[in-house]
Design a protein around this ligand. Structure first.
Ligand SMILES: Cc1cc2nc3c(=O)[nH]c(=O)nc-3n(C[C@H](O)[C@H](O)[C@H](O)COP(=O)(O)OP(=O)(O)OC[C@H]3O[C@@H](n4cnc5c(N)ncnc54)[C@H](O)[C@@H]3O)c2cc1C
Ligand code: SF4
Length: 563
């Protein structure tokens, strides 16, 4: 019996695992994705970049190739590569038919589609490293009422997280050119913006050229960011501070963490003195059962509701879970467009493939529209997944017109521009007969609806910026034509609230009706955060895991350890 079992190793799970292990509690961490590592410095066999043959990347079963070594718990370590091959980043597990291989998982519903990161480190493996604190107004939204969360209350926890992630305040001369092109257009529109705070080590200077990695404060080798632009595919330089380099490193170094990767938690059952988690080894197909005095579900906004829905409705081992489970899912108001700037000066081209992927943020519309605008420079991912069309064109996403536009402008005059904000959180996660998550939006996206107005507000803001800069707004199909919410920041599904009638967990993250069972991740957010959410998820996890540690300490009669 472990003191604690944590399911999922993203922002919620990593923070909690670090807190519990450094407080003396033996913890088992189950993560359904792979354990990835950076390529060995200077090893040409591992440092495979874009265009490498697929046979170098994946084995006969479709799994990314392990480099042949294992971590200290015997799990194969897979090497992160810079590849945009969708078979490498988004493939199905050939044994089970489940999507179980790559760095991403897509969930596609009729009116909502999200992409989430997977692997040891969760979304931090692929995130764009934008580290923003939520504005005060986020916590004044109805869902947060009575829960005693506010910006001043969370600030000390944000401080802790920023220290751990080595959050870095870019200066203007470190903003990539494509961010500068957008900032210039914003200035012409009378819109203010600022360089975003990033979760990376720092931007490389000329003096860093050819230098070997240095150690971060937790003894993990990292390099300064060289602007290669592959942040959303896993930074092979460890410049972007994913969670394996900080929180999970601290947890491992405590000697009290056991990690199982490729380990899918299937269901949870109560015991007299804790909970039993039934999980499947995705490589061998073998089933395992482990017990923990405390179980913390931190599988993210789609998969935490999925796991608990299986426990409520399939195995029926937790029948008393709230009726609200799976409801109130927010897309965090994600909306993405493109802009074509056809006439940029020769010395001010957008250089879309250079630089870290997000760089500037504007709060210009926050007070009036509760949304922010950012450059969205995920060029390789965007190009691969989200087709664009011209507003004044023939309405097609293909054909000679689009081909000409891409040929003439793609690398030098097309940029991503989008936003996020407070939506109506009307998404819902359900499970099918096989226990797999399905996702949809439950409210009509029509004029007058909060989400519709938000999305159209973001579109209007992007058009204003584009036109002020002499550009043309480009439309992506999901929202513009199909009215489908599309994003990478899902929240909710196990929302915090004051009662079981209104939510799934209380303000301490404990599941109503099930003492010792917690949810600590993006799924417990009572609504949209309105800005990039990872820092807030981690700050809330810092706060809640203090309480879990104290409760566990009391139960086991152990003295609390203060930070
Ligand atoms: C491409 C991309 C870019 C992003 N950029 C940013 C950004 O710049 N800034 C920002 O703030 N946010 C960003 N995000 C969002 C951010 O990554 C998420 O909000 C954040 O990771 C959510 O944290 P979490 O702890 O809720 O869950 P996650 O980080 O998603 O972690 C959940 C983990 O649980 C694992 N898991 C799921 N189910 C099970 C199970 N049954 N058993 C075992 N393990 C399981 C998953 O594999 C995953 O590793 C981005 C996301 C994506 C996809
Ligand atoms: S741009 Fe920087 S942070 Fe992003 S992948 Fe490249 S080195 Fe890493």
């Amino acid at each position: 019996m472990y003191d604690a079992i944590v399911v999922g190793s993203g922002f919620g799970g990593a923070v909690t695992a670090a807190k519990l292990t450094t407080s003396g509690f033996g913890t088992l961490l189950l993560e359904k994705g792979h354990r990835w590592r950076r390529p060995r410095h200077g090893d040409p066999n591992e440092n495979l970049h874009l265009g490498a043959p697929l046979a170098n990347l994946v084995d006969g079963r479709g799994y990314p190739k392990a480099a042949g070594d294992t971590d200290r718990w015997g799990n194969p370590q897979y090497v992160t590569r810079q590849s945009t091959d969708l078979r490498y980043i988004l493939f199905e597990n050939p044994q089970t038919g489940a999507r179980s291989g790559g760095l991403f998982e897509d969930y596609i519903g009729d009116h909502m589609m999200v992409t989430v990161g997977r692997g040891y480190g969760g979304g931090s493996l692929v995130y764009s490293q934008v580290n923003l604190r939520a504005p005060s107004e986020t916590f004044q939204e109805p869902g947060w009422r009575g829960l005693r969360f506010s910006r001043p209350a969370l600030d000390p926890y944000y401080d802790r997280v920023e220290r751990m992630l080595l959050t870095f305040a870019q200066q203007w001369d470190e903003v990539p050119r494509r961010g500068a092109v957008i900032a210039d257009a914003m200035a012409k529109a009378g819109v203010t913006c600022e360089p975003a705070r990033l979760g990376n080590f720092r931007i490389a200077r000329d003096a860093d050229r050819g230098q070997p990695p240095v150690m971060n404060p937790w003894g993990r080798p990292v390099e300064p960011c060289n602007g290669c632009g592959f942040c959303t595919f896993g930074c092979i330089f460890d410049a972007r501070q994913n969670l394996t380099l900080n929180y999970l490193a601290v947890a491992e170094d405590s000697g009290r963490l056991e990690v199982r990767t490729d380990a899918l938690a299937w269901t949870i059952e109560p015991l007299a003195d804790g909970y039993r988690v039934r999980w499947r080894d995705e490589r061998s197909g073998a089933w395992h059962v482990d017990g923990g005095r405390v179980v913390v579900v931190a599988a993210g906004a789609i998969n935490s509701p999925e796991l608990l829905l299986r426990a409520r409705d399939l195995s029926r081992s937790l029948p008393g879970l709230s009726f609200q489970l799976g409801r109130h899912v927010s897309g965090n108001g994600d909306a993405a467009f493109g802009v074509l700037f056809p006439d940029l000066a020769a010395d001010f081209k957008a250089e879309v493939f250079k630089g870290h992927v997000f760089s500037i943020v504007s709060y210009h519309w926050w007070r009036t529209g509760r949304f922010i605008i950012e450059d969205t420079g995920t060029a390789p991912l965007g190009a691969a997944k989200y087709p664009l069309r011209r507003e004044g064109g023939d309405g097609r996403y293909w054909g000679p017109q689009i081909k000409d536009m891409l040929r003439d402008h793609y690398a030098t005059g097309m940029v991503g521009l989008g936003g996020m904000g407070i939506d109506g959180a009307n998404g819902r996660v359900t499970i099918d007969a096989h226990g797999k998550a399905r996702l949809d939006w439950t409210r009509a996206l029509v004029p007058g609806d909060r989400t519709f107005e938000l999305m159209e507000g973001i579109r209007a803001a992007c058009r204003t910026i584009a036109e002020a800069g002499g550009g043309e707004l480009l439309h992506e199909r999901e929202w513009s034509d199909d009215r489908r919410m599309l994003g990478v920041h899902p929240l909710g599904g196990c929302r915090m609230s004051l009662s079981r009638a209104a939510g799934v967990v209380d303000a301490g993250g404990q599941v109503f009706g099930y003492p010792g069972l917690y949810v600590v991740d993006g799924s417990i957010m009572p609504g949209a955060i309105g800005v990039n959410p990872a820092l807030t998820i981690a700050a809330v996890a810092e706060k809640l895991s203090d309480g879990i540690r104290d409760a566990l300490g009391e139960r086991l009669g152990r003295r609390k350890r203060d930070d």
